[in-house]
Structures are given as structure tokens and as C-alpha cells.
Design a protein around this ligand. Structure first.
Ligand code: ADP
Length: 261
């Protein structure tokens, strides 16, 4: 039972100190327990949303008389989209949970960071093109670093995809790679909608979105930045954000060139 607090009244000083420490530990446990409960309730809600949509779509097809073929197809397409959505949420959740569990298990190798970024941009460009968004790559120097290639690739992909998702048609995303003697830097800037000040500290939280409708429309799960932040932390790096609503956003990732356990 975490709902107890021990009284320090009338005890000796040493006993009081021990009880105080004990109460602090209890307080910390309570807060962990609360965020765990919040997470579980968020997960249930997020997983239920696509299922509710599918239920409504399926019921209307089952109950409808002589549903025209084109309506039938359209609803089945919507159901298929909801299945994709559910799959994406589950996959992102698994990625996060696995990283929590195997916090130290990185698959480190020497990776050419410029190549890694270029590969990502190659994959994202066709999606950006459908909205006339230009993706620009700037390499200030060749960089090789000790990283987990798959995980870092995922982290950077999330940033670049967000730059496209939360952008205006005809906008741009600029990605640069740089390094000094100790760290390498990946900077992702965009000409998009920006992030309001009060939301800037919250966007790394699991399932937090500034604009739920927009995130949903673009296939977001609200887990992308949580994954990115996790990956950067596992590499003993840091992530910084600079954003002006209506003008755009810049994420700067800094990771040590050499990985030391
Ligand atoms: P999502 O799957 O919703 O994109 P993320 O964890 O990647 O989830 O991002 C969380 C939220 O942060 C997004 O829903 C969006 O509101 C905001 N966000 C992230 N990147 C950007 C960006 N480059 N420009 C504007 N808003 C952004």
C-alpha cells in the first residue's frame, strides 16, 4: 500500500531522518505508479480508437440493405486503413517497450552517418514530393561514429517525417550533418506549423500530440518523438528543440562520436 506516510513526531533525530527518507521513497514510488497507470490507460484508449472505427464501419455494411459496390469498397478501404493504424501503434509500442527492457543492448558499429541520413532522405522524398515539399541535405563534413544503425535510423526518420507531416504544401525540410572532435550533430529544420511554447516540453511524452486530428490524418501514433528521445539517450546524447509557431521547427541531435558504456 503506497497510500501511507509515516509520522516523524516524537522520535529521535536519526529516526526522524530515516522516516523522512522512507517517506521520500514512498512519494517517488507513488509517482512512478501513477505514470504507469496513466500509460496503461493511454495505451488502452489508443488501441481502442481504431477498433471502434472498424466496428462502426463493419456494422453499417452488415446492417445496410443493398450497399452499392463503391460504398462497400470505400468502407472496406477505411477498415484496411484502421488495421494499418492499429499495427503501427502496436509496432511503435513494442519498439519502446523493448528499448526500456534492453536499455544497455545497443548493437554498436562504426557507421557512416552521412550515408545513413542520405538513405533516410531517399525514402522520405517520394512522400514529401506528393505535397511539393523539398528535402535538402547539407553535409558539412564526412562523419563516422559508433552507433546502433537501426535505432539511430529510426530516430532520425521520425524527425524527418515529422518535418514533412507538420509542414505546409510547398515547404522545405533541411537536414544537416556536422561534427567536432567529440560529437556529431544532426539538425532537422522545417518551414512548418511550429510548436507552441507550452507544448514544447511535452512533445516527447508518449501519446502527446499538439493537434490530434492532424497527427491522426498523417498516420501519427504520438510515439515517434518518445522513441527518438529514447534512442538519443541510449547513445548518451541529447536533443534540443527550437520552434516558432507559424514559422517552423528545428531539432538538434548531438551524440558522442565514440560510444563508451
Ligand atoms: P506523431 O506520431 O503524432 O507525429 P510524435 O511523437 O512524432 O507523434 O510527435 C508528437 C507531436 O509533436 C506531434 O503530434 C506534433 O503535434 C508535434 N510535432 C513533432 N514534430 C513536429 C514538427 N517538426 N513541427 C511541428 N510539430 C511537431
Amino acid at each position: 500500500n503506497l497510500d501511507v506516510t509515516f509520522s516523524t513526531e516524537g522520535g529521535y533525530n536519526e529516526t526522524k531522518e530515516i522516516i523522512n527518507t522512507f517517506n521520500q521513497v514512498l512519494e517517488r514510488l507513488r509517482s512512478i505508479d501513477q505514470s504507469r497507470q496513466e500509460f496503461v490507460s493511454n495505451v488502452s484508449h489508443e488501441l481502442k480508437t481504431p477498433i471502434t472505427s472498424m466496428r462502426v464501419l463493419a456494422d453499417s455494411l452488415i446492417l445496410g440493405d443493398n450497399v452499392p459496390v463503391d460504398i462497400y469498397r470505400e468502407f472496406m478501404q477505411d477498415i484496411s486503413d484502421e488495421i494499418d493504424r492499429e499495427t503501427k501503434i502496436i509496432n511503435d509500442l513494442l519498439t519502446l517497450v523493448r528499448m526500456d527492457k534492453n536499455a544497455t543492448e545497443l548493437n554498436i558499429s562504426q557507421v557512416n552517418i552521412n550515408n545513413l541520413v542520405e538513405q533516410i532522405l531517399k525514402r522520405v522524398r517520394p512522400i514529401a514530393k506528393t505535397r511539393s515539399i523539398e528535402i535538402i541535405f547539407e553535409s558539412f563534413r564526412p562523419v563516422t561514429a559508433d552507433v546502433d544503425e537501426t535505432k539511430l535510423s529510426l530516430a532520425v526518420t521520425n524527425l524527418v517525417e515529422n518535418g514533412v507531416k507538420y509542414n505546409n504544401d510547398g515547404g522545405w525540410v533541411r537536414v544537416s550533418v556536422n561534427a567536432d572532435h567529440k560529437y556529431f550533430y544532426i539538425k532537422v529544420s522545417d518551414s512548418g506549423v511550429g510548436i507552441p511554447k507550452d507544448a514544447q516540453t511535452r512533445i516527447y511524452e508518449r501519446f502527446y500530440r499538439v493537434d490530434k486530428a492532424r497527427s491522426r490524418e498523417t498516420g501519427g501514433t504520438g510515439l515517434g518523438l518518445a522513441i527518438t528521445q529514447n534512442v538519443v539517450k541510449l547513445h548518451h546524447g541529447g536533443i534540443k528543440l527550437n520552434s516558432t509557431p507559424g514559422e517552423g521547427t528545428t531539432f538538434l541531435v548531438r551524440i558522442p562520436l565514440k560510444y563508451i558504456e
